[in-house]
Each structure stands twice: as C-alpha cells, then as structure tokens.
Design a protein around this ligand. Structure first.
Ligand code: ZN
Length: 254
C-alpha cells in the first residue's frame, strides 16, 4: 500500500506543532494524566477493599462499635443475663464459681479492643478485682499449661473433666503463680494472684490496667473459646442459692 509522503509529512507536522506548542502540551498532559490518576486511585481503593474486606466494611459502616457490641450481647442473652450499661453487671447461670471477686468489666463477644482499637472478638470475660487479689480454680482439674504470651501475659490453663464433657479454664494477666504444670487442683484452690498492671506487674501482657482475663475453651486450641456465662455463676447468685438453702433448712427444721 502506497502512502502519500505529503500526507505523512502533514500528519507529522501537525503532531510536532501540537507537542511543541506550550498551550497544547498542557492540554495533552491534562487529558492524559488526570484520567490516569483517577483510574489508579480507583484501583488502589479496590485493592484495599479486596485485601481487608471485614475491617474496612466494619470501620466504614459502624459508627459506634461499642453500642453495637452491647446490642448484640443483649440480643444473644435476652433474659438469662442482666446487663447494666453503667456498671456492666452480668448475671451468669452456670455451675462454677467466679474465678475472682470483682465486677465484670468487659463481657465475652465483639468489642473495640482498648489497646489496638480493632473491632474484634473478646474471647473471654474481664474481671476487675483488687490489685493482686487471689484467683481460684473454678473446678477440680489438672494444670495443662503455664505460659507467657504477648497478649495474655502470664497465664494458666486447667483441664476439667466432668461426666458430660471436658473443658478448659484459662486465667490470664497473672502477677504470681502458685502451682506447677501437671498439678492436680481443687475447686476454690488459690492458683495465682491477679496482675496485668502495665509497668508495675511482671509480664502484664496487653492490658490497660490490672484485671483477670478469664476464658472457657472446649479444647487446648485458642479458637475453641466459648461463652463463660454458661459456666459461671456470680457471687450474688451463690448468695441467693445459699439463702434459699438456709430458708429450706429452716423450713424443714420447723
Ligand atoms: Zn479480656
């Protein structure tokens, strides 16, 4: 195919005049680069959404994560657990006593982590107690693990075998441990002292202030955590039961 040299020359001349003319060059830059930058930005946002879908969507849509966590918690328990937004007083209906004397300061379930700020699962309950107060084993069992973890600080895991099931209780942010691995423990036995006070307690773990972090697990795996509310009863429940027993006894005596 023959190309007319005059046409080629005309095209080249126009192209050169476009590129050399200051005004046209600026237009060319605007026409090419602005859409390019917009496309790149859209691609970056898409990649960001695709690589971190959950946290992105959660952070984007949840304006008040804590309120949502509270609502979810209430919806899950309805009448079985009492929840006061102020004091966060929970009523548990399990078979085992609380591992420490104190108030529940953070329930099991989704929450905004006090240190990392991430909206994620809280795998146990936090009990606010007097500093270095005694921690008891919630049931007879055997110590299967004593360890230190970046998050948990010093911790103990005890295995409990009942007729119905085997489960594990986990006690974290401990300042002092009184038992040894493989030891047999009795229900109510003091196994450790509470801790987790940053810069004061040894190996506090990820903690803003001293407290006991307590978990129930179905196996040794950290992922097998389950709601401690199903296993524990509170001190007030215990008092109620005790007073009931006493009333019954008195009635029987009469
Ligand atoms: Zn905790």
């Amino acid at each position: 195919m023959a190309v007319d040299p005059k046409t080629v020359y005309a095209i080249a001349k126009t192209a050169i005049s476009v590129v050399t003319d200051e005004e046209n060059r600026r237009k060319l830059v605007i026409i090419i680069f602005i859409p390019l930058i917009v496309v790149l930005l859209i691609l970056c946002i898409l990649v960001y959404i695709l690589t971190s879908p959950l946290s992105f969507i959660e952070n984007f849509f949840l304006s008040n994560e804590e309120n949502i966590a509270m609502r979810e918690f209430k919806a899950a328990y309805e009448d079985t657990v009492g929840l006061n937004m102020g004091e966060l007083e929970l009523i548990f209906h399990g078979d085992y006593p609380m591992p420490a004397r104190g108030e529940i300061t953070s329930p099991y379930g989704y929450r905004t982590h006090p240190i990392t700020g991430e909206y994620k699962m809280h795998t146990g309950i936090d009990i606010g107690t007097a500093w270095h107060s005694e921690i008891i084993s919630i049931a007879d069992g055997q110590v299967v693990k004593i360890g230190v973890d970046r998050g948990y600080g010093q911790y103990i895991i005890i295995k409990h075998d009942t007729e119905e099931e085997s489960f594990y209780s986990v006690y974290a942010h401990l300042s002092k441990i009184f038992i040894l691995p493989d030891a047999e423990v009795k229900q109510g036995e003091v196994i450790a002292l509470e801790g987790g006070e940053p810069e004061k307690d040894p190996l506090p773990g990820m903690s803003t202030g001293h407290h006991l972090h307590f978990e129930i697990r179905k196996s040794l795996s950290a992922r097998s955590h389950t709601d401690p509310a199903k296993y524990l009863f509170t001190a007030s429940d215990k008092n109620d039961e005790k007073s009931l027993d006493e009333t019954e006894k008195q009635e029987n005596n009469d």
